[in-house]
Ligand binder design. Structure first.
Ligand code: SF4
Ligand code: SF4
Length: 396
């Protein structure tokens, strides 16, 4: 297992981290003996970074991980878990969640503690205002948190502001060859790198869609260069090729995935892809772009929109529905476009001023396409659901 060292804290982390949101299941529950065996086998083979969250597996992921790490495994690994800001309106609420997490994880310290799923600056500001950042710093002084970070799912510009607004110990972003220019994207990765903030990558295979839902032309393109490499291997190697990426989190649901990923993680050095291999990705991305409904490259030249529409984000969510058959696209659209944010970025906010269109190198009729996105992604239940969820989590 290859490792990369974080420059700021000198932690030597295995480049493959275990994402604890897709454990093997039996019926509707985690298949506990199997998941525990997989975790322990992963540690025995060199993995040392385990990423969970308060609500993964309906709140059971942390308990399962705590159980798996008892009996001498806890000391061998770094545990990452997350505070869900959308469930925190007062500091006492955050404290309660943290104590519950430590109990479930059977530990009295968390190695990597994240604000979960930030999508905008205002949520980070709210956490500061209610005292969460000061409290986390106090926990760090007491040794109960070793590193403070955040995971991110919003647009580029808010990422740039958040990453520069605090001395983060690390951050976690969605990154893969299809998302090179989405969300934080490559520019966000490089920015974090230049600020000395280590980057952990999530969604390397887009929840398996870069393996199971690829167009046949893409599979053919990969195969024609190397018939033995699977699409998963291509995708992971592309990410590890970036030296700024320290760990890739993979949510592995069976032993075969674990075995394959561990094998790749013992070979995939940074900057190891050849010119020819990088050209394969250029061709793959060209095929995928050709198959997308709206040919948005997420270059961001149309941004910012004066009323806050995340134009590339809206197009990306809509395109995924058709390109990757993403069945959860409407939920993801709600999430990434700001259901829990002070400043939502939905297509329906567009006031048709037209400012964006003259900047688009793809000549996309942004106003017209946003109407299509609105029609398909904001179903009749969209507004009532948004209203109820925002009320529940007291988002103003
Ligand atoms: S046309 Fe719509 S999306 Fe474009 S800048 Fe104006 S309000 Fe924003
Ligand atoms: S300028 Fe055009 S291609 Fe670039 S992000 Fe905006 S809509 Fe997409």
């Amino acid at each position: 297992m290859l490792t990369r060292t974080l420059e700021n804290n000198k932690d030597e982390l295995a480049i493959l981290g275990f994402g604890c949101m897709r454990f093997p299941t039996k019926g509707n529950s985690i298949d506990e003996p199997r998941a525990i065996a997989m975790i322990r086998s992963a540690i025995d083979r060199g993995m040392n970074y385990f990423d969970t969250a308060y609500f993964y597996h309906g709140g059971k992921s942390e308990s399962l991980l705590g159980e798996a790490l008892s009996g001498g495994y806890r000391e061998k690994v770094k545990v990452a878990t997350k505070l869900p800001p959308f469930m925190v309106s007062k500091l006492d609420g955050a404290k309660k969640i943290f104590n519950t997490q430590c109990t479930k994880l059977k530990t009295d310290y968390i190695d990597y503690y994240l604000l979960h799923m930030l999508t905008d600056v205002s949520t980070f500001e709210r956490m500061k205002t209610i005292g969460v950042m000061d409290w986390m710093e106090q926990l760090k002084k007491e040794g109960k948190i070793k590193n403070i970070g955040f995971s991110y799912h919003g647009g580029k510009s808010d990422f740039e502001q958040i990453v520069a607004a605090y001395p983060w110990d690390f951050c976690q972003i969605q990154y893969n060859y299809l998302d090179e220019n989405n969300q934080a994207g490559k520019s966000g990765l490089l920015l974090a790198g230049s600020l000395g903030i280590p980057v952990i990558v999530m969604e390397p295979l887009r929840g398996g869609k870069l393996v199971n839902n690829l167009p046949k032309e893409v599979i053919q393109e990969f195969k024609s260069h190397d018939s033995k490499r699977t699409p998963a291997e291509w995708a992971l190697r592309w990410i590890w090729n970036h030296p700024q990426v320290k760990v890739i989190l993979s949510g592995m649901s069976d032993e075969a995935q674990l075995n394959e990923n561990i094998r790749i993680a013992s070979e995939a050095e940074a900057n190891s892809l050849s010119e020819e291999e990088l050209k394969v990705f250029d061709r793959v991305k060209a095929v995928m772009l050709e198959k997308t409904k709206i040919p948005c490259t997420a270059c961001g030249y149309c941004m910012p929109c004066p009323v806050g529409v995340d134009i590339p984000g809206c197009f990306s969510a809509y395109n995924d529905k058709y390109l990757l058959g993403d069945k959860q696209n409407k939920m993801k659209y709600m999430q990434t476009q700001g259901i829990l944010s002070k400043k939502p970025a939905y297509a329906s906010l567009c006031v048709e001023c037209g400012k964006c269109e003259k900047h688009c190198p793809q000549n996309i009729a942004v106003r017209k396409e946003l109407k299509t996105v609105k029609k398909e992604m904001e179903a009749f239940w969209f507004k009532p659901v948004v209203f109820i969820v925002r009320k529940m989590f007291r988002v103003k």
